[in-house]
Design a protein around this ligand. Structure first.
Ligand SMILES: [Zn+2]
Length: 413
C-alpha cells in the first residue's frame, strides 16, 4: 500500500514537472504597444497560437516603445530580393523561394501570395508546380498562403496592359486555368483579369464557384462591364489607378465605375511612384478602411542596389536611387521595389488614418478576403504571427518578426 502511494506520488511529480517543462517550451509572452489601443499589452502564446491578450500598466522594458501588430499580408508579390516567381529559364528554385520569404520577414510580411504574371503556359505551370511543392516546407513557417495569377487574361491594349509582354496576353481560357489550378495544388487564391475580354463573364462565374477570388485589373472596362463583373462575383480591383493608360477620357474611363461600385474593394500601391498622394487620398475616402487593401506589387528587383538590370525578355529595367522601378523603352512602371511596410507608413501620412486602420488594410482585410481565418488580427485562437516595430518617416521599421510564435527575424541593433 505504502509503495503504491509512493509510486503514485512520484508519478504525479514527474507529470507536473513535464507539464512545466512543456509549457515553458511552448508558451511565451510578447509585449508591445497595441496597434489598436496604443496601450501596452502582453500577448500570450501557446503552441504557435494566441491564447490571451493582457493589458499592462507598462512594458517590462519601458525603454523601447515598440508597437505590436499582426504580421503584414501582401497579396501581390511577383518576387523579392533577386528571386522572381514569374520568370522562366529555371531561375526559380526551392532555395530561392525560401530566400525571398526570409527577406520578406525582415519587412514584416508574414503571409504573402506569390504572384505569377503573364507568361507562357509552360512557364506558369512549372513555377506553380514548384511553388506547390515548396509551400509546406517547414522553413517557410506557412508564410505562403496561396497564389495570385495576374494575367495572362488581361487587356492587350498598350497602357492598360502595363509591362505584361503582349505576346503572352490571351483571352480567358477555363481549361488552361484548370491546369494552373491543379498544378498549384488547388491553391490559386485569386486571379486578376480584364472583364471586357470575350468569355470573361463566364470565367468570372466559374472561378467564383470554385472559391477563387476574382479581381479585375489591367483593363479598360466601362461601367456596365465593371458592374456586371461584380454581379458575377468579382470582389476587388487590382492596383486601382495603375494598369491604366496615361491618357484617358475624362468621363469614360475605368476609374469612375470602379470607384462608384461600393461592392468592389480596391488594392492600391502606396510606394510613392505608382500613385500620386492625392489619388491615394481620394481612393481611400471613397473605399474606406474596410474596402481598401494595401499591396506592394513588389518584384525581384526589390531590395537590390539602384542600377540597370535585364528582365527575362532582355529588356533594360531601371531601378532609380529613389526606388522607382521602370521599363524605360515603354515609359511604364515595372512593378514596385518597395515592400508593403512602406505603403503602411505612407498611407497613414497621406490620409491621416490610424495605425489600426493601416494594419487593417495590410493584414486584416486581405486575410478576410482570401478566407485566411487564422491570421490578420491579434485575437485568441489566431496564429501568433506578430511584428514589433516603430513607425519611420516613410516605412515601418521592423524590429522583430514572429511566425506562429517563433522569432524569425530580429534587427541587429
Ligand atoms: Zn499589374
Amino acid at each position: 500500500m505504502r509503495s503504491m502511494l509512493f509510486t503514485r506520488f512520484n508519478l504525479l511529480i514527474i507529470f507536473n514537472l513535464m507539464t512545466i517543462i512543456n509549457s515553458s517550451l511552448a508558451q511565451t509572452k510578447i509585449e508591445g504597444i497595441s496597434y489598436l489601443t496604443k496601450k501596452p499589452v502582453s500577448v500570450e502564446i501557446k503552441d504557435g497560437k494566441i491564447v490571451g491578450i493582457h493589458q499592462l500598466e507598462k512594458l517590462s522594458d519601458n525603454s523601447r516603445q515598440l508597437y505590436i501588430a499582426p504580421g503584414l499580408i501582401d497579396n501581390q508579390v511577383n518576387g523579392f530580393a533577386g528571386i522572381s516567381f514569374c520568370f522562366a529559364g529555371g531561375q526559380l528554385t526551392k532555395e530561392g523561394i525560401v530566400k525571398a520569404t526570409q527577406e520578406l520577414w525582415k519587412k514584416g510580411v508574414t503571409t504573402y501570395l506569390p504572384t505569377l504574371t503573364t507568361n507562357t503556359k509552360e512557364v506558369m505551370l512549372r513555377n506553380l508546380s514548384l511553388l506547390a511543392a515548396t509551400k509546406n516546407e517547414p522553413a517557410l513557417h506557412g508564410s505562403i498562403a496561396g497564389y495570385h495569377l495576374e494575367g495572362p487574361y488581361i487587356s492587350p491594349v498598350d497602357g492598360y496592359r502595363g509591362a505584361h509582354p503582349i505576346k503572352y496576353v490571351r483571352k480567358p481560357d477555363l481549361s488552361e486555368f484548370n491546369q494552373f489550378y491543379e498544378a498549384s495544388g488547388r491553391n490559386i487564391l485569386t486571379i486578376t483579369l480584364a472583364p471586357e475580354l470575350e468569355g470573361a463573364m463566364d470565367f468570372i462565374r466559374k472561378c467564383t464557384e470554385m472559391g477563387v477570388v476574382v479581381a479585375i485589373g489591367h483593363h479598360n472596362a466601362n461601367k456596365e462591364v465593371v458592374d456586371l463583373a461584380v454581379t458575377n462575383g468579382a470582389r476587388i480591383t487590382t492596383h486601382l489607378g495603375n494598369g491604366c493608360a496615361n491618357t484617358i477620357n475624362r468621363h469614360l474611363n475605368p476609374l469612375w465605375p470602379q470607384l462608384a461600385n461600393d461592392k468592389l474593394m480596391a488594392s492600391i500601391i502606396c510606394d510613392g511612384f505608382h500613385l500620386r498622394d492625392e489619388e491615394i487620398a481620394v481612393f481611400y475616402k471613397v473605399k474606406g478602411p474596410d474596402n481598401t487593401i494595401i499591396t506592394s506589387d513588389v518584384t525581384s528587383f526589390a531590395s537590390l542596389p539602384p542600377g540597370e538590370y535585364k528582365n527575362e525578355e532582355g529588356e533594360t529595367i531601371e531601378l532609380t536611387k529613389e526606388g522607382m522601378l521602370r521599363l524605360p523603352a515603354q515609359n511604364v512602371l515595372y512593378g514596385s521595389a518597395s515592400p508593403i511596410s512602406r505603403g503602411v507608413a505612407r498611407i497613414m501620412k497621406i490620409t491621416g488614418c490610424s495605425l489600426g486602420d493601416a494594419i487593417r488594410m495590410s493584414s486584416t482585410n486581405p486575410a478576410k478576403l482570401y478566407g485566411l481565418n487564422d491570421r490578420g488580427e491579434i485575437k485568441k485562437g489566431m496564429r501568433a504571427d506578430l511584428i514589433l516595430f516603430e513607425i519611420g518617416e516613410s516605412e515601418l521599421q521592423i524590429k522583430k518578426t514572429y511566425i506562429e510564435g517563433n522569432l524569425v527575424y530580429k534587427t541587429g541593433e
